[in-house]
Design a binder for this molecule. Sequence first.
Ligand SMILES: NC(=O)c1ccc[n+]([C@@H]2O[C@H](COP(=O)([O-])OP(=O)(O)OC[C@H]3O[C@@H](n4cnc5c(N)ncnc54)[C@H](O)[C@@H]3O)[C@@H](O)[C@H]2O)c1
Length: 198
Amino acid sequence: MLNFALIGVGGLGKIHLANLLELEQIRGDIRLVALCDVEATRIYEKVETNLGEVSDSVDLSKFKFYQDAYKMFENEKLDFIVSALPTYLHEKIAVTALELGIHVFSEKPMALTPQGCQNMISKSEEKNRILMIGHCLRYAPEYLKLKEYVDSGKYGKVQRAEFFRYSATPAWTWQNWMLDYDKSGGAALDMHIMVLSQ
Ligand SMILES: NC(=O)c1ccc[n+]([C@@H]2O[C@H](COP(=O)([O-])OP(=O)(O)OC[C@H]3O[C@@H](n4cnc5c(N)ncnc54)[C@H](O)[C@@H]3O)[C@@H](O)[C@H]2O)c1
């Protein structure tokens, strides 16, 4: 049985929560043991995200709840965490968890700087623990199909590609962190995949 915790139960955290609890039922070998959010009331609030309204239909009182992730690490024996924290906190929590031997699924964007990303990768390699970033679009059927066409050369060599991504301004985030460039990295970082410079 793999014990895990969800850290950051905001807009996306609630989507993860619903999916993870369903996965728990399907697999039978993972168990959510704790939730962590700095805002105790937020885990019960409905959030209107640009992916639709998310709320929790499950009884959250059956899980241990922490407002401090570091206290949770001290008290719980965790195999992996799912981190849906604001972007500026991704690196620190991931590096801390990996250092403790905990596998990490962390939301995108990976970190605010290439060095931050590298620190996460280095720690995962050093500790031999999995680090996965939630770049969900890579698994979207449209993107997979496009990759298949490009890889197979079915329509010849790509001459030019144009992509457009549209999103409403995220207005639901905790203390509006998403609209603070220093915390989110701005729209370009948030909506794209960061490429590490060599
Ligand atoms: N993969 C995707 O499609 C996708 C979609 C939306 C958002 N995201 C990413 O998910 C992350 C979270 O975004 P969101 O929209 O859920 O934000 P949010 O503000 O709704 O949720 C963040 C949660 O973290 C909590 N929090 C803040 N500081 C904390 C701390 N120190 N310890 C514990 N909890 C803390 C807040 O109270 C809040 O509930 C962001 O990095 C965002 O870019 C990914």
